[in-house]
Design a protein around this ligand. Sequence first.
Ligand code: ZN
Length: 148
Amino acid sequence: MSLGELYREVIMDHSHHPRNRRRIEDADVTIGLDNPSCGDEIVLDLTVEGGVIRDVAYEGEGCTISMAAASMMTEATRGMTLGEAKDLIERYKAMLMGHDGETDDLGELAFLKGVTQFPMRVKCAVLAFTALEKGIHEIEGESDHGQA
Ligand code: ZN
C-alpha cells in the first residue's frame, strides 16, 4: 500500500466532509494536544452526562490522517459510555501497533489500519484518541471527588 492509497482509503469523505468539526460552548472538558513530529494540532471538547458521551467535537489543523481520524473518532464515540469509549481507544491503539484480531467492531476505524505501514504517521492517527483518553481521565478524576 502506498501513502496515496492509504489517503484514499482514509479520506473516504471524512476530510472533505469532517464530522463534528466545531467547538462545544459548554463543554465539560477541553483538551488541547499537538503532534510536533507532523505539526498536527487538535482541541477536543467533550460533554458527558450520566457516564455517557453526550457530545464530542474537535477543531484543529493538521495532516489528512490526523483530521480524518478525529472526524471518525467523534462519530464512533458519541453516545458511548466512558467504559465503551476507553475500550474502543484501547483496541484502536492495539490495531495501530500492529496487533491482529483487534479490528473487530472497530467499524470504519479499521480503514486506518494501513497507517501501521507508516510508523511516522501512527502519531497522527492516534492524536484525537489520546485527547479523548485524557478528557475521559479528567472527567473520571472529577467524579472521584464527589461531583456527578
Ligand atoms: Zn499528521
